[in-house]
Design a protein around this ligand. Structure first.
Ligand SMILES: C[S@@+](CC[C@H](N)C(=O)[O-])C[C@H]1O[C@@H](n2cnc3c(N)ncnc32)[C@H](O)[C@@H]1O
Length: 338
Protein backbone atom coordinates (compact mmCIF):
# COMPACT_ATOMS: atom_id res chain seq x y z
CA UNK A 1 0.00 0.00 0.00
CA UNK A 2 1.14 3.55 -0.73
CA UNK A 3 1.66 6.19 1.98
CA UNK A 4 2.69 9.83 2.18
CA UNK A 5 4.57 11.11 5.23
CA UNK A 6 5.51 14.63 6.33
CA UNK A 7 8.22 15.30 8.91
CA UNK A 8 10.33 18.20 10.12
CA UNK A 9 12.63 19.54 7.40
CA UNK A 10 16.08 18.00 7.48
CA UNK A 11 15.19 14.63 9.06
CA UNK A 12 14.74 12.66 5.79
CA UNK A 13 17.71 10.28 6.21
CA UNK A 14 16.89 9.40 9.82
CA UNK A 15 13.19 8.99 9.05
CA UNK A 16 13.92 6.56 6.23
CA UNK A 17 16.34 4.65 8.45
CA UNK A 18 13.58 4.24 11.07
CA UNK A 19 10.85 3.40 8.55
CA UNK A 20 13.03 0.56 7.25
CA UNK A 21 13.28 -0.81 10.81
CA UNK A 22 9.63 -0.28 11.78
CA UNK A 23 7.82 -1.35 8.59
CA UNK A 24 8.06 -4.22 6.13
CA UNK A 25 9.38 -3.93 2.56
CA UNK A 26 9.69 -0.14 2.33
CA UNK A 27 10.18 1.20 -1.22
CA UNK A 28 10.64 4.93 -1.74
CA UNK A 29 8.60 6.37 -4.62
CA UNK A 30 9.80 9.94 -4.17
CA UNK A 31 11.22 12.09 -1.40
CA UNK A 32 12.28 15.60 -0.54
CA UNK A 33 13.63 17.37 2.53
CA UNK A 34 10.42 17.07 4.56
CA UNK A 35 8.22 14.43 2.94
CA UNK A 36 8.29 10.93 1.57
CA UNK A 37 6.00 8.96 -0.74
CA UNK A 38 6.57 5.26 -0.16
CA UNK A 39 5.12 1.77 -0.47
CA UNK A 40 5.12 -0.79 2.32
CA UNK A 41 3.41 -4.04 3.17
CA UNK A 42 2.58 -2.67 6.66
CA UNK A 43 -0.96 -1.68 7.64
CA UNK A 44 -2.30 1.90 7.93
CA UNK A 45 -2.66 1.50 11.70
CA UNK A 46 1.02 0.55 12.00
CA UNK A 47 2.09 3.57 9.91
CA UNK A 48 -0.27 5.81 11.92
CA UNK A 49 1.47 4.84 15.17
CA UNK A 50 4.92 6.10 14.13
CA UNK A 51 5.36 8.96 16.58
CA UNK A 52 8.20 10.65 14.69
CA UNK A 53 6.10 11.60 11.66
CA UNK A 54 4.37 14.98 11.74
CA UNK A 55 1.65 13.58 9.51
CA UNK A 56 1.17 10.21 7.86
CA UNK A 57 -1.43 9.46 5.21
CA UNK A 58 -2.60 6.48 3.22
CA UNK A 59 -2.82 7.41 -0.48
CA UNK A 60 -6.28 6.59 -1.83
CA UNK A 61 -6.09 8.14 -5.30
CA UNK A 62 -4.01 10.28 -7.63
CA UNK A 63 -4.68 12.69 -10.51
CA UNK A 64 -2.14 14.37 -12.79
CA UNK A 65 -0.76 17.61 -11.37
CA UNK A 66 -2.99 20.58 -12.24
CA UNK A 67 -4.65 23.51 -10.48
CA UNK A 68 -6.10 22.71 -7.06
CA UNK A 69 -9.56 23.45 -8.31
CA UNK A 70 -9.21 21.06 -11.24
CA UNK A 71 -7.69 18.36 -9.01
CA UNK A 72 -10.55 18.63 -6.47
CA UNK A 73 -13.09 18.30 -9.27
CA UNK A 74 -11.31 15.29 -10.72
CA UNK A 75 -11.17 13.65 -7.29
CA UNK A 76 -14.89 14.31 -6.79
CA UNK A 77 -15.58 12.48 -10.08
CA UNK A 78 -13.19 9.68 -9.14
CA UNK A 79 -14.86 9.23 -5.74
CA UNK A 80 -18.31 8.95 -7.30
CA UNK A 81 -17.36 6.71 -10.21
CA UNK A 82 -14.78 4.34 -8.67
CA UNK A 83 -14.17 2.45 -5.44
CA UNK A 84 -11.41 4.75 -4.09
CA UNK A 85 -13.20 5.32 -0.78
CA UNK A 86 -14.48 1.79 -0.30
CA UNK A 87 -13.19 -0.41 2.48
CA UNK A 88 -12.15 2.45 4.79
CA UNK A 89 -14.27 1.16 7.65
CA UNK A 90 -17.19 2.90 9.32
CA UNK A 91 -17.00 6.64 9.78
CA UNK A 92 -19.66 9.07 10.95
CA UNK A 93 -17.96 12.41 10.27
CA UNK A 94 -15.08 13.79 8.20
CA UNK A 95 -13.44 16.99 7.14
CA UNK A 96 -11.26 17.90 4.18
CA UNK A 97 -7.93 19.73 4.12
CA UNK A 98 -5.79 20.92 1.22
CA UNK A 99 -2.02 21.13 1.52
CA UNK A 100 0.43 22.43 -1.08
CA UNK A 101 4.16 22.10 -0.36
CA UNK A 102 3.40 21.59 3.33
CA UNK A 103 1.13 24.66 3.70
CA UNK A 104 -2.62 24.49 4.26
CA UNK A 105 -4.62 26.34 1.61
CA UNK A 106 -8.32 26.90 0.93
CA UNK A 107 -10.50 25.79 -1.97
CA UNK A 108 -13.18 28.02 -3.55
CA UNK A 109 -16.49 27.26 -1.78
CA UNK A 110 -18.34 25.62 -4.73
CA UNK A 111 -15.38 23.33 -5.44
CA UNK A 112 -15.02 22.41 -1.76
CA UNK A 113 -18.76 21.67 -1.57
CA UNK A 114 -18.58 19.40 -4.61
CA UNK A 115 -15.52 17.58 -3.24
CA UNK A 116 -17.11 17.11 0.19
CA UNK A 117 -20.51 16.02 -1.07
CA UNK A 118 -18.81 13.33 -3.19
CA UNK A 119 -17.03 12.04 -0.06
CA UNK A 120 -20.27 12.21 1.96
CA UNK A 121 -22.10 10.16 -0.67
CA UNK A 122 -19.36 7.56 -0.97
CA UNK A 123 -18.84 7.11 2.79
CA UNK A 124 -22.26 7.92 4.28
CA UNK A 125 -20.50 10.28 6.74
CA UNK A 126 -21.36 13.95 7.39
CA UNK A 127 -19.03 16.92 7.07
CA UNK A 128 -17.64 18.13 10.40
CA UNK A 129 -15.40 21.14 9.62
CA UNK A 130 -14.02 21.29 13.17
CA UNK A 131 -12.63 17.77 12.96
CA UNK A 132 -13.08 14.87 15.32
CA UNK A 133 -13.73 12.36 12.53
CA UNK A 134 -11.84 11.14 9.47
CA UNK A 135 -9.67 13.58 7.51
CA UNK A 136 -9.35 13.51 3.74
CA UNK A 137 -6.49 15.57 2.37
CA UNK A 138 -5.79 16.78 -1.13
CA UNK A 139 -2.01 17.09 -1.30
CA UNK A 140 0.17 18.78 -3.91
CA UNK A 141 3.94 18.84 -3.77
CA UNK A 142 6.41 20.63 -6.04
CA UNK A 143 8.41 17.43 -6.65
CA UNK A 144 5.38 15.23 -7.39
CA UNK A 145 3.89 14.90 -10.86
CA UNK A 146 0.58 13.76 -9.32
CA UNK A 147 -1.76 15.25 -6.76
CA UNK A 148 -2.80 12.90 -4.00
CA UNK A 149 -6.10 12.12 -2.31
CA UNK A 150 -5.16 10.85 1.13
CA UNK A 151 -6.64 9.81 4.44
CA UNK A 152 -4.76 11.11 7.45
CA UNK A 153 -3.51 8.44 9.84
CA UNK A 154 -1.70 10.38 12.58
CA UNK A 155 -2.45 12.98 15.18
CA UNK A 156 0.96 14.64 14.68
CA UNK A 157 4.05 14.97 16.91
CA UNK A 158 4.23 17.23 19.97
CA UNK A 159 6.83 20.00 19.93
CA UNK A 160 9.58 19.74 22.55
CA UNK A 161 10.27 22.38 25.22
CA UNK A 162 12.33 25.38 24.09
CA UNK A 163 15.98 24.41 23.63
CA UNK A 164 15.24 20.70 23.77
CA UNK A 165 15.12 18.25 20.93
CA UNK A 166 11.69 17.65 19.49
CA UNK A 167 10.02 14.37 20.44
CA UNK A 168 10.25 13.30 16.78
CA UNK A 169 14.04 13.67 16.55
CA UNK A 170 14.56 12.13 20.01
CA UNK A 171 12.52 9.09 18.93
CA UNK A 172 14.43 8.79 15.65
CA UNK A 173 17.77 8.83 17.50
CA UNK A 174 16.54 6.19 19.93
CA UNK A 175 15.29 4.01 17.05
CA UNK A 176 18.69 4.33 15.36
CA UNK A 177 20.23 2.66 18.44
CA UNK A 178 18.27 -0.57 17.73
CA UNK A 179 16.68 -0.57 21.22
CA UNK A 180 16.23 -3.86 23.08
CA UNK A 181 13.96 -4.75 25.99
CA UNK A 182 16.97 -5.75 28.13
CA UNK A 183 18.86 -2.50 27.53
CA UNK A 184 20.62 -0.59 30.25
CA UNK A 185 20.39 2.84 28.70
CA UNK A 186 22.41 6.00 29.40
CA UNK A 187 22.04 9.62 28.31
CA UNK A 188 24.95 11.36 30.08
CA UNK A 189 24.05 14.85 28.71
CA UNK A 190 20.32 14.46 29.29
CA UNK A 191 19.27 18.14 29.60
CA UNK A 192 15.50 18.45 29.50
CA UNK A 193 15.25 14.68 29.07
CA UNK A 194 13.77 14.35 25.59
CA UNK A 195 16.00 11.41 24.63
CA UNK A 196 15.40 9.58 27.92
CA UNK A 197 11.65 10.10 27.54
CA UNK A 198 11.75 8.69 24.01
CA UNK A 199 13.79 5.72 25.26
CA UNK A 200 11.56 4.83 28.20
CA UNK A 201 8.51 4.93 25.92
CA UNK A 202 9.89 1.66 24.50
CA UNK A 203 10.68 -1.50 26.52
CA UNK A 204 13.93 -1.25 28.55
CA UNK A 205 15.47 -2.76 31.68
CA UNK A 206 17.14 0.24 33.36
CA UNK A 207 18.04 3.78 32.34
CA UNK A 208 20.38 6.49 33.61
CA UNK A 209 19.54 10.16 33.15
CA UNK A 210 22.57 12.28 33.96
CA UNK A 211 23.37 15.96 33.50
CA UNK A 212 25.73 18.25 35.36
CA UNK A 213 22.86 20.72 35.79
CA UNK A 214 20.52 18.35 37.66
CA UNK A 215 19.58 20.24 40.84
CA UNK A 216 20.12 23.66 39.21
CA UNK A 217 17.06 25.92 38.80
CA UNK A 218 17.44 25.92 34.99
CA UNK A 219 16.89 22.16 34.68
CA UNK A 220 13.65 20.43 35.60
CA UNK A 221 13.80 16.64 35.43
CA UNK A 222 10.51 15.59 33.78
CA UNK A 223 8.06 14.01 36.28
CA UNK A 224 7.71 10.74 34.33
CA UNK A 225 11.49 10.27 34.61
CA UNK A 226 11.50 11.07 38.35
CA UNK A 227 8.58 8.68 38.95
CA UNK A 228 9.99 5.67 37.07
CA UNK A 229 11.88 3.44 39.56
CA UNK A 230 13.91 1.95 36.70
CA UNK A 231 15.48 5.34 35.90
CA UNK A 232 18.42 6.58 37.98
CA UNK A 233 18.87 10.37 37.98
CA UNK A 234 22.49 11.55 38.39
CA UNK A 235 24.25 14.92 38.38
CA UNK A 236 27.63 13.63 37.22
CA UNK A 237 30.31 14.80 34.83
CA UNK A 238 29.73 12.81 31.64
CA UNK A 239 33.50 12.54 31.13
CA UNK A 240 33.86 10.59 34.40
CA UNK A 241 30.46 9.13 35.47
CA UNK A 242 31.88 7.87 38.80
CA UNK A 243 28.77 5.95 39.89
CA UNK A 244 28.27 4.07 36.61
CA UNK A 245 30.10 0.72 36.84
CA UNK A 246 32.53 -0.31 34.09
CA UNK A 247 30.88 -2.26 31.24
CA UNK A 248 27.38 -1.89 32.75
CA UNK A 249 25.63 0.08 29.97
CA UNK A 250 24.34 -1.49 26.74
CA UNK A 251 23.25 1.66 24.89
CA UNK A 252 24.11 5.38 24.90
CA UNK A 253 22.06 7.88 22.91
CA UNK A 254 23.06 11.46 23.58
CA UNK A 255 23.26 15.04 22.41
CA UNK A 256 26.50 16.39 23.94
CA UNK A 257 27.53 20.07 23.89
CA UNK A 258 28.63 20.92 20.35
CA UNK A 259 31.56 23.08 21.41
CA UNK A 260 29.83 26.30 20.34
CA UNK A 261 28.89 29.41 22.36
CA UNK A 262 31.77 28.88 24.89
CA UNK A 263 30.05 25.79 26.34
CA UNK A 264 33.33 24.01 27.09
CA UNK A 265 36.40 24.93 29.13
CA UNK A 266 38.65 23.05 26.70
CA UNK A 267 38.85 22.63 22.92
CA UNK A 268 36.19 20.36 21.40
CA UNK A 269 38.66 17.64 20.24
CA UNK A 270 40.01 17.17 23.78
CA UNK A 271 36.49 17.15 25.23
CA UNK A 272 35.30 14.62 22.62
CA UNK A 273 38.28 12.32 23.20
CA UNK A 274 37.62 12.27 26.97
CA UNK A 275 33.90 11.80 26.40
CA UNK A 276 34.45 8.77 24.16
CA UNK A 277 37.03 7.31 26.58
CA UNK A 278 34.36 7.56 29.30
CA UNK A 279 31.83 5.84 27.04
CA UNK A 280 34.40 3.08 26.34
CA UNK A 281 34.67 2.45 30.08
CA UNK A 282 30.95 2.27 30.90
CA UNK A 283 29.82 0.41 27.75
CA UNK A 284 29.37 -3.33 27.64
CA UNK A 285 32.55 -4.55 25.85
CA UNK A 286 30.59 -6.86 23.53
CA UNK A 287 27.19 -5.38 22.82
CA UNK A 288 27.49 -1.66 23.60
CA UNK A 289 25.87 0.73 21.07
CA UNK A 290 26.21 4.50 20.68
CA UNK A 291 24.22 7.21 18.87
CA UNK A 292 25.61 10.76 18.98
CA UNK A 293 23.90 13.92 17.79
CA UNK A 294 26.44 16.60 16.93
CA UNK A 295 26.82 19.71 14.82
CA UNK A 296 28.21 18.82 11.39
CA UNK A 297 31.49 20.52 12.38
CA UNK A 298 31.77 18.64 15.69
CA UNK A 299 30.89 15.37 13.91
CA UNK A 300 33.89 15.82 11.60
CA UNK A 301 36.07 15.83 14.74
CA UNK A 302 34.45 12.85 16.52
CA UNK A 303 34.39 10.66 13.37
CA UNK A 304 38.12 9.98 13.71
CA UNK A 305 37.92 9.31 17.46
CA UNK A 306 35.64 6.27 17.59
CA UNK A 307 38.33 3.59 16.95
CA UNK A 308 40.49 4.94 19.81
CA UNK A 309 37.52 4.24 22.13
CA UNK A 310 37.11 0.66 20.82
CA UNK A 311 34.00 1.70 18.89
CA UNK A 312 33.12 1.46 15.23
CA UNK A 313 31.17 4.26 13.52
CA UNK A 314 28.89 2.43 11.11
CA UNK A 315 26.49 5.09 9.80
CA UNK A 316 26.25 8.84 9.78
CA UNK A 317 23.12 10.74 8.75
CA UNK A 318 23.08 14.43 7.92
CA UNK A 319 20.11 16.35 9.31
CA UNK A 320 19.03 19.80 10.41
CA UNK A 321 18.32 20.68 14.04
CA UNK A 322 16.33 23.92 14.12
CA UNK A 323 17.96 24.80 10.79
CA UNK A 324 21.49 24.04 12.07
CA UNK A 325 23.48 21.44 10.04
CA UNK A 326 23.98 18.40 12.26
CA UNK A 327 24.87 14.71 12.03
CA UNK A 328 23.68 11.61 13.80
CA UNK A 329 26.57 9.18 14.23
CA UNK A 330 25.57 5.57 14.85
CA UNK A 331 27.73 2.61 15.83
CA UNK A 332 29.01 0.53 18.70
CA UNK A 333 31.42 -2.20 19.67
CA UNK A 334 33.07 -3.59 16.54
CA UNK A 335 31.47 -7.05 16.81
CA UNK A 336 27.99 -5.49 17.33
CA UNK A 337 28.14 -2.58 14.96
CA UNK A 338 27.68 -4.34 11.58
C1 LIG B 1 22.99 19.97 24.06
S1 LIG B 1 22.42 19.84 25.67
C2 LIG B 1 21.41 18.41 25.68
C3 LIG B 1 20.01 18.75 25.39
C4 LIG B 1 19.08 17.58 25.55
N1 LIG B 1 19.28 16.59 24.51
C5 LIG B 1 17.65 18.10 25.56
O1 LIG B 1 16.84 17.71 24.70
O2 LIG B 1 17.35 18.94 26.42
C6 LIG B 1 23.85 19.37 26.53
C7 LIG B 1 23.62 19.13 28.01
O3 LIG B 1 24.83 18.65 28.53
C8 LIG B 1 25.01 19.18 29.85
N2 LIG B 1 26.48 19.10 30.08
C9 LIG B 1 27.44 19.89 29.56
N3 LIG B 1 28.66 19.43 29.93
C10 LIG B 1 28.44 18.35 30.71
C11 LIG B 1 29.29 17.42 31.36
N4 LIG B 1 30.63 17.53 31.32
N5 LIG B 1 28.72 16.40 32.02
C12 LIG B 1 27.37 16.25 32.09
N6 LIG B 1 26.50 17.11 31.50
C13 LIG B 1 27.04 18.13 30.81
C14 LIG B 1 24.41 20.55 29.80
O4 LIG B 1 23.95 20.91 31.10
C15 LIG B 1 23.26 20.36 28.82
O5 LIG B 1 22.04 20.09 29.51
Amino acid sequence: MRYFAQFRAGLAELVLDSLRRDLTKVTVVSSDDSSLLFDTGSSPSKVGQLGYLKNAFSVLGTVPRSSLQRAAEQFADQILSTAVLRGLGRMSAFRTMVSVDGKLVGLPRPVKDRFESAIARATGARVSPRGGGAEFWLIGRRDLKSMLLCQRLTAGVKAGAAGSLGADLATLLVKASAPRADDVFLDPFAGSGSIVRARIALPFARAIYSDLDVGEPNLQVPPEIRRDKRVKVLAEDALVLPSVPTGSVSSIVTDPPWGEYDELDTDFATFAERMLAGFDRVLDPRRGRVVLLLSRRAAAVTAGLWPGANLRLTRSHDLLVNGHPASAQIGGRPERAG
